[in-house]
Write a protein that binds this ligand. Sequence first.
Ligand SMILES: *Cc1c(COP(=O)(O)O)cnc(C)c1O
Length: 571
Amino acid sequence: MKNAIDDNRRLYNLDKGLRRIFIDISDGGHLLLKINGRDIDLYKVIRGSGLSSGYIRFYPSIKNMIDRISEAFRIYSSKYGYSGDIYLIYPLKTNSLEEILDHIIIYGEGYNLGFNIGSVEELRLLGKYIDKPKTLIIDGVKNRILLKLAEKFLEKGWRVFIDIESRRDVELLKDTGFDLGLRLKLLSPVSGKWHGATGVGSKFGLNISDALKLLEEYPWLHEKVKLLHIHPGSQVTDIESMERVFSEIIQMYKGLREKGLDSLEYIDVGGGVAYSYDPYSVDYTVEEYIDRLIASMKNLCIGDSCPAIMFESGRIITAFHRIVFSRVIDIRPYTVECRDGAGFPILEKIANARTLSELNRYVREAREIITRLYRSSSSMDVDRRMMFEGLESCIRRLVSEKFHELYGIDPNIVYNVSSYPNYTLEYITSPSYRFMVESSFFRDIPDHLLVDQYFQVVPVQRLNEYPEVLAVLSDLTCDSMGEYNIHYTQQLDKALFTTRDKKLIGIKDKVIRVNGIPLHIPRRDEEYYIVFLETGAYQDMLAMNHNRIRLEGEIIIDYCNGEICVRTRRL
Ligand SMILES: *Cc1c(COP(=O)(O)O)cnc(C)c1O
């Protein structure tokens, strides 16, 4: 049992990043949230809530991130002798639910907290806190309504910077009392899904040529422009891209000052700090980012005087806090059941393969037969159709069983099979079940559909048992896109197979992607739950209302007078 728990911790990537701090597995195999020395048993909490699906909102993780970022700035400013002020600017775009903003205001007390907004509605939300003046960065497309509202913040003592991104902006901001920012485009290519955020033709900001032209045409800008603002795009996955961005900022800041813009005092380095949703794609931590950032910006200090830095990453602050939970309501075989025989000689061949290369050869043959049969399926009579369905499912089953058997003889074949794309690998990492879960992926994890974002799925129970099968998850919408089947396993210390359908789910010293989620078959009368971790950034805002699937409720985990409290909110 202990072995299964340890292996599952790694199989579901629970020993990394914030998961290592906040998540664990109980001896009884339940998923736990750990906070303040307390273990919150998620299976019990979900059962106790009476909800069969919904969100867990775990606010302590937001506090943890804010404290951690501030602490890192303190440490590295001191390490490099950096004397400029540091601002934590929370971009509302990443999650502007009122309850989130309330928490950020509280947790940000004692730090130089500010907000970045890009729309009138986002600014309206901040109206609730207008009597506690902070810093405000406004970018995006502006209009008179937005500026009028921003005036109110100015009157209440807020420090308001508005970005200039076009000639129209300059005209709009003439004769206003705001401090101005220059939002400039970056040219360095960056890694990740949002790499389109940089380049001469990118969506936001000015190229340096345009910026200089405007400064020449409107000399009054020279007194008003205090801020240099850039943003490399969300989720920049490698630190080298980030370092190039820092160098670009330095060049632009120095260059602009040399061209006479000596009112510049602030640098907003934008967001981009990546969250590790999967075990392999992000190669740095927020601490390393801050270390390199300060080391770079140190180049801009003249004597004791260094520009103020604004840090604007929001994804890493809110990502962890929301966990989607969902009951499995139905399990279905992925294809039909494989009844023996089916009468095709190819099955015989696969069953008798003695080596991996023989198996590969027969699997390729099988694929050719299947492709041919699919093409002729419109004219198949019912009996033939049944034979064909049987063949498909028997091949799926047999290949996995055969591979597992060959692995027993020669464990090295997992390296051989996984070293290049091939049909055998496809079969042994493909699902054999479909689990219907009470969720709408369009609402709960829209980025999965929009940008193929990975979200870690973990069962809430039976984590003291090895997973039995590989399953694709299907949601409640009537849309075939409402499926989730990606699972990455990190480097393990041995190969792992599901216990029932013998699917390959892990390899020693290698990260692999399998096309289903390793799960257990719910027992008779067992209520089986799964969670999607780290859905707290962007997903609340992007949620789609496909098929009007109703959200049942939320489980709130928060500090109440210093203690941790758990409550359920039905919606
Ligand atoms: C979206 C955005 C951010 C937030 O970036 P993340 O890396 O996703 O946290 C910060 N600044 C600006 C200007 C943005 O548009």
